[in-house]
Design a protein around this ligand. Sequence first.
Ligand SMILES: Nc1ncnc2c1ncn2[C@@H]1O[C@H](COP(=O)(O)OP(=O)(O)OP(=O)(O)O)[C@@H](O)[C@H]1O
Length: 323
Amino acid sequence: MKQPIISIKDLTKMYDEHVAVNQLSLSIQEGEIFGLLGPNGAGKSTTILMMLGLTEPTSGTVRVCGLDSVRQPIAVKRRVGYLPDDIGFYEDMTGYDNLMYTARLNRIPELEARQRVDVMLQRVGLSEAAMKKASTYSRGMRQRLGLAEVLLKKPEVIILDEPTLGLDPEGVRELLLLIKALSRDEGITVLLSSHHLHQVQQICDRVGIFVKGELLVEGDVPSLAKGLYLEEALTLEVGVKPIDNELIEKLRSLPGVVRVDEQDGLLQIGCKEDISSELSRILIESGCSLFHLQMKQYGLDEIYHRYFEGGEPNAGEIKRNTP
Ligand SMILES: Nc1ncnc2c1ncn2[C@@H]1O[C@H](COP(=O)(O)OP(=O)(O)OP(=O)(O)O)[C@@H](O)[C@H]1O
C-alpha cells in the first residue's frame, strides 16, 4: 500500500496544563479530501499548526509529504499550501499585484510568474476582477484569491482552515466546487477544517470528528452513520406501480429493511444498508413498474448531533478512533 501523504502518530499538544490535542493518530492518502470537523476549541487549528511545523508538539510525530514537520518545517512549507482563516492581503494592491508579489517572494521568474498568475486567476474565477484592489473584494473573492496565492507554489497538499467562514450559501457552494475540482484535476490532497458539517460533507472523501482535543471517529459519511449504530442508515424512496398491501408486506420481510411507509404515492423504505439493486430486481420480478428510485443518506449534521447531543460527546454512542 502507498505511504500516506500525511501521517500523524500519538500527537499531543499541551498549553501549560491544558491538553489542546490528545494522542492523535491519523493517516491521509494522496489525493484525498479530508475534513477535520468539530466545535470551537476542539483542537483543529492546533493540529494544522503542528502539521505545518508552526508549533511544536509536546509529544508524538507528524510527517507530511514524507517530511518530519518538526525537523524539516521549511521543506514542509515548500510543499504545502496553507490558507488560514484570516487571510491578509495588501489591500491597496490589486488581486493581480498581490499574486505577483507572492510569486516574486517565492522566487518564480518574472515571465513564468505572469503566466502562472494569469492561469491561477482564471482557475479561481477572478480574471475579470484581477485589476481591482483587494480592499474591494467580497469575502468569497478573498477566499478565492487566497486559494490562487496558495496554488502559485504548486503545492502537493493544501490545508484550509475554516475556508467557508463568513461566506453566503452561493459563495460556499462555489468555493467547495472549486476545491473539489482542484483536488480532482491536479491530484492535490486537501485537508480542511470546519464546523459547518453539512457543507463539507459534499466534497470530503473522509472526515474526522474532533472534540476536546480528541479524534473521536473518522471515516466516510456512510461508515460513520453505520458506526453510530443507526438502525436505519439510509432511506430508499421508491416510485412503483401498483402499490398494495401484499407488496408492502413482501418488502418489509426483506433482510436489512427496517420500515416501509407509503407517502405521497411513493414508498419510503428505511434500510440498514443499500439494497437498491436487490430491491429493483424484486420489484420488476413481481411485475411492478418502477419509475423512481432515490437513496437518501443520513448527513453529517445528523451524525454530528448524535455524537454531540447537548454539546457534549454522547458517551453511549461514541465509537473510539482506533489507529
Ligand atoms: N496559543 C495558545 N495558548 C494557550 N491555549 C491555546 C493556544 N492556542 C489554542 N489554545 C487552546 O487549545 C484548544 C484548541 O484550540 P484550537 O484553536 O486548536 O481549536 P479549534 O478546533 O481550531 O477551534 P476554532 O474552530 O475555534 O478555531 C482551545 O481550548 C484553545 O483555547
